[in-house]
Design a protein around this ligand. Sequence first.
Ligand SMILES: [Mn+2]
Length: 345
Amino acid sequence: MTEHVFSSEKIRQLQELLHQPKKIVITTHHKPDGDALGSSLGFLHVLAKAGHSISVVVPSEFPSFLDWMNGSGDAIDFRKHPHKVKVVLKNAELLFCLDFNDPSRVEKMQAEITGLDIPMVLVDHHLDPKPGFCNIQFSYPAIGSTCELLVHLLVALNLDHHIDRNAAECFYAGIMTDTGSFRFNSVTAGTHRVIARLMEAGARNYFIHEQIYDTNSSWKLKFLGFTLHEHMEVLEEFNTVIFSASQADMDRFHHEPGDLEGVVNYGLSINKIKMAVLFSERDNLVKISFRSKGSFSVKDIAEKYFEGGGHRNAAGGRSELSLLDTLNKFKALLPSYKDELNRES
Ligand SMILES: [Mn+2]
């Protein structure tokens, strides 16, 4: 389990920060996913057992399929309770930033965390952390999830004996969702050793899987069917699939946050497809989810053209153009990637 080697100096610094009971705030990125919320809540349980007083703050709402996570009801949503967030941050002695590496990822909460005069610790697996964002940075892009990284870190800190069932199930969920249920190439033998450790601590794999994947509303499935049938465009020349969802369609299918989660992956399940992209209209903005297979990087497209970023095979972006104009802008970019999209790899 201790196969992951961290800088002993950083571990020492962090141990020193955690030596005395502290008021700690844990936060994560806007629109928290399974890994973001799982790492935050799992860490909350561990640090609480170690004697600290913890608040988890989220910049915006998380999808309801994560409601089952122990502690989720106590996470403070900045959009709903900005004042409460300001108060806990004002009293905080230490801030952990999990599953993001750039203050812009907390969106409207950015001003609250960049002005703080307390130690900040980053634990994250996205590429290119913003230099100097946090005082101590544990940035490991090769690791498939922040939850996996955090368990390795807890072992190095000698805090892993505090991982109880509640913490273990939060971490398990984050690893499962960020690895596409253990099938992405980021999964290693080390990932499975962490999973074994979490199951020994009581994590129920069947329970977690059911909570996350078998709690769809019928509207979500109807919307999925509609999107696949009506708004999926296969661009064979570019080995690319495009999905789109307009605000009107979302209203028609009673869209709830998280309902479009996973739609984009259906594109990659088509033979030979290298890239799949979902464009969804929200609050006068087009949100974009990019996915790819193999060496083709969607991170660069997201960064260069759509004010976004992420990983090589999974990235996000946005556009202030209309849905149609955004689709056209994207399609116009494809010829310049044609060779790369047709390369065998
Ligand atoms: Mn993650």
